[in-house]
Design a protein around this ligand. Structure first.
Ligand code: NAP
Length: 484
């Protein structure tokens, strides 16, 4: 076996996974670069009130590190961050991480990657794993007067906890999963919450129950019981059904999801005017589906108020809507989402023969099977472009991707080749097939704008069923790779 040096970029969920798996495979010359001073990625950055993972906790868990101690069916953010911190410690990954260090540039020269760090060093590696996350560049709305606001204003992923909320008037802009969770947490706690919604979204009801101390003790003592509550088979079949609904909008399963969202609105919002204001004008699942146990109840709280008027501007005292009304506020939270097309950028990445990432991604981010790109040898991505992102566990997705990447790394370790990357033809064929399939999904046909769409309006996410993804990730088709 050749000794290889591996650099992982990012110490979030996927970077930690890579660190653990590399160690387990006996690859010890590994550095994980992390721009922040602690691990966690999205779970470190997002700390807003009500932060919860809307994927069942027992499935938002590494398969090799099950957690009997989840407090709820879908657990709060701080518990998830603690889980990643505990796992990092338990597997001895901290020693691999260089905190507070960004990679600003990566060049493939003389068969190796030369990585420039923010500390001014050059690190030379045989393999690079980009585990930089999908939703981490905040999207700040361009609103006139935003700097004039006299109160506190911040993006949901940069929550300022020094700002008190009790007794305050809080405005939340945006009705994605984030805005919904914030409103649910603050209604009845702040003096008044105003939810500024440009386009309402469909909401799937969910029962987010607690696991009692007795249940958790029983899961700790009895792995069979834990396996029973996880019920991997049912979860997998639900994910398959969900992806069937996304990719086949005329299917029976899609009708089930549509009806569930519609019934939720019809049965849980009393006031007919409010019900119409909350009724989306697109198909359910066109935008990433929101799961919430309590948003409709929260927005009907006497101290909560839905604002469907478009925003004219922000002023010193609050938000002025286009009907001329000034909504006086003390705090504004921008739950306005993320720039989902950035991935590793703004890092500059230059592959073989000077091919740079910006040129390859000039039209849109692309990658063969979401993992690798022609002319970028030995460079692999976890949760890269065109992979499955949606209402299911990204940990599960990253583990499947790792299984695939590991097989390519094995070829390098065994000396079967020194460089491996997909052929341009494989990349082109994959992307053409992907774009055709993407046009049949509900993200494209459902009549909405969302972060799933690229600059040309083509859905960027994996456009096939979960089972196809699992099958593709089981083993690389080496005919699609250049090994040299
Ligand atoms: P998002 O889904 O992109 O929603 C952004 C919201 O902000 C939309 O309602 C959008 O309105 C609104 N908005 C953006 N710019 C605006 C403007 N200039 N004026 C008025 N409204 C504006 O963002 P997100 O809620 O942060 O969620 C992003 C993703 O993060 C989710 O889809 C999910 O994948 C992930 N997430 C997951 C969880 C979880 O529990 N697992 C929780 C939170 C987030 P329009 O619809 O009109 O564009």
């Amino acid at each position: 076996m050749r000794d290889l040096r591996v650099v992982v970029i990012g110490a979030g969920m996927a970077g930690i996974l890579a660190g653990i798996k590399l160690q387990q495979a006996g690859i010890t010359d590994v550095t994980i670069y992390e721009k922040a001073d602690k691990i966690g990625g999205t779970w470190r950055e997002n700390t807003y009130p009500g932060l919860t993972c809307d994927v069942p906790s027992h499935h938002y868990t590494y398969t090799f590190e099950r957690n009997p101690d989840w407090s709820r069916y879908m657990s709060p953010g701080p518990e998830i961050q603690a889980y990643f911190e505990d796992t990092t410690k338990k597997y001895g990954i901290e020693k691999l991480i260089r905190f507070n260090t960004k990679i600003s540039r990566a060049d493939f020269k003389h068969g190796q990657w030369h990585l420039q760090t923010s500390a001014g060093d050059i690190d030379i590696a045989d393999i690079v794993i980009a585990a930089t996350g999908v939703l981490h560049h905040p999207s700040f709305p361009k609103m006139a007067g935003i700097d004039a606001f006299e109160g506190a204003i911040f993006h949901s992923s940069r929550w300022d906890h020094s700002v008190p909320l009790e007794g305050k008037r809080v405005g939340v802009i945006g009705m994605g999963s984030t805005g919904v969770q914030i409103i649910s947490a603050l209604a009845g706690k702040a003096a008044r919450v105003e939810h500024f919604v440009r386009n309402p979204q469909w909401i799937m009801p969910v029962d987010n129950g607690y696991f009692s101390e007795e249940e958790r003790a029983a899961f700790r003592d009895d792995p069979d019981l834990l396996a029973q509550v996880m019920d991997v088979e049912t979860y997998t079949s639900n994910v398959e059904g969900f992806t069937e609904a996304l990719t086949h909008p005329d299917s029976e399963v899609a009708a089930f999801w549509r009806k569930s969202c519609l019934d939720n609105l019809e049965n849980n919002v009393c006031d007919p005017q409010l019900k119409e204001q909350l009724r989306p004008d697109h198909e359910p699942m066109c935008k990433r589906l929101i799961f919430s146990a309590d948003y409709y109840e929260a927005i009907q709280h006497p101290d909560a108020h839905l604002v469907r008027q478009d925003i004219e501007c922000i002023e010193a005292k609050g938000i002025r809507t286009q009907d001329g009304e000034l909504h006086q506020l003390d705090v504004i939270a921008l739950a306005t989402g993320f720039r989902a097309d950035q991935f590793m950028r703004p890092m500059e990445i230059v592959g073989r023969d000077g091919t740079d990432l910006e040129t390859l991604w000039a039209k849109r981010p692309v990658a063969y099977l979401a993992i690798s790109m022609p002319d970028f040898p030995n460079f692999f991505m976890l949760n890269g472009p065109n992979g499955p992102v949606g209402n299911f566990s990204l940990i599960d997705i990253a583990e499947h991707q790792w299984q695939y990447i590991e097989q390519l790394i094995d070829k390098l370790r065994r000396g079967e080749c020194e460089a491996i990357c997909p052929t341009p033809q494989a990349m082109e064929d994959f992307d053409a097939e992907r774009v055709e399939a993407a046009k049949k999904t509900i993200w494209y046909t459902g009549g909405c704008q969302s972060w799933y769409l690229d600059a040309e309006g083509i859905p960027a996410s994996w456009p096939w069923n979960y089972s196809r993804f699992v099958a593709e990730m089981s083993a690389p088709n080496l005919e699609h790779f250049e090994l040299c």
